[in-house]
Design a protein around this ligand. Structure first.
Ligand code: CO
Ligand code: CO
Ligand code: CO
Length: 346
């Protein structure tokens, strides 16, 4: 019998940890200024998750693309996670996904039944979102990579960005962190896929319900937690809003197994890049806890939404998330007066 294909063995870096570092990317993008047109309500300048392009008085498109290398071994699960992750940037802005185009890079030697499984996983998640796969593009590559370009719709006055957070807002996180560490350990053969099934289940869970609830309740800002880690994405949100935040580190939802692995030094390469990106902005006693910092900077793939909600609505938001079956809805911090885009850990 053929040896079972382990997808993570075919990539050098896994998932969103394979992103180009935020520091390098910012420098490159500065050299490539983009044209602005009036219909472009949100472009890339504030580090938002997706672009918003106005079509008419009551319709705007939300557009985003995401693809990456395997973070799990099973092709079907990889497809599901890649789709949930690609949809997530539309959800972070309150968009409703309508179409998706697949992006496929694949080594033929893995056998096309593997690709079939990846595509099935992806299709199932896109369909669960209510969107449809309308096409795609593929190429042969040494490393498998997969994802989608997603188009959604939103009202041109009602989308959510990372820019609107206000002093007094509560910060709610909708998935635990630590997946990057688990994926690195899986790739290294330290743990088996079944030992990280809770993390995989969260990664393939759509941020759909969380997004719908946030739109219903009304919030000031949102982003999803992916490659730049919890602190990286929080920092981007604070910078866009000129605000600062207080984070209750004891309330952070963290995968236990990830904590164990971080203690013995299992940390993805992307963590160091993320540390460089935020190091001048993070303060407080817990910064001395190296393991905790590795978790807070851990690159996530298909992570949760980080929602900035007015304090008076935070109970309602948590209650509605609960009613809609969103498992994690942890109040992890608040927006405070302080040094611009700084994060105080307590
Ligand atoms: Co995002
Ligand atoms: Co993205
Ligand atoms: Co083509």
């Amino acid at each position: 019998m053929r040896e079972k294909i382990r997808l993570t063995q075919y990539s050098t870096k896994s998932g969103c940890a394979a992103k180009i570092s935020a520091t390098d990317l910012t420098a490159v993008l500065k050299e490539v200024p983009l044209a602005r047109v009036e219909q472009l309500l949100v472009g890339i300048e504030h580090g938002d998750d997706a672009a918003v392009f106005k079509i008419s008085e009551n319709l705007a498109l939300v557009q985003t693309v995401d693809f990456f290398t395997p973070i799990v071994d099973s092709p079907y699960l990889f497809g599901q996670i890649a789709a949930a992750n690609a949809l997530s940037d539309a959800y972070a802005m309150g968009g409703k996904p309508i179409t998706a185009l697949s992006l496929v890079a694949f080594p033929p030697k893995l056998g096309y039944s593997v690709l079939e499984e990846i595509l099935k996983g992806g299709r199932d998640k896109i369909e669960e979102s209510g969107a449809v796969v309308v096409g795609g593009h593929s190429l042969e590559d040494k490393e498998p990579k997969f994802g989608y370009a997603v188009t959604g719709i939103v009202h041109p006055e009602k989308y959510v960005t990372s820019k609107g957070v206000k002093i007094g807002d509560k910060l709610i996180l909708t998935k635990p962190i630590g997946l990057g560490i688990l994926a690195t350990a899986l790739k290294g053969g330290i743990i088996a896929e079944k030992e990280m099934m809770d993390a995989i289940d969260n990664a393939r869970t759509l941020n759909k319900k969380a997004s719908e609830v946030m739109m219903e309740v009304g919030v000031n800002g949102c982003t999803d937690i992916t490659g730049f880690g919890f602190l990286g994405h929080l920092h981007i949100m604070l910078k866009a809003s000129n605000k600062s935040a207080l984070i209750y580190t004891k309330k952070m939802p963290i995968y236990l197994k990830a904590l164990e692995l971080a203690q013995i030094g299992f940390v993805p390469a992307g963590t160091h890049e993320n540390k460089k990106f935020v190091k001048d902005y993070v303060e407080g006693e817990p910064t001395k806890d190296a393991v905790l910092m590795d978790i807070l900077l851990d690159p996530q793939t298909s992570g949760g939404l980080l929602i900035s909600v007015p304090s008076v609505k935070s109970d309602l938001l948590i209650q509605r998330l609960d009613e809609e079956g969103v498992k994690t809805k942890e109040l992890v911090g608040e927006i405070v007066k302080g040094k611009e885009s700084h994060i105080e850990l307590v």
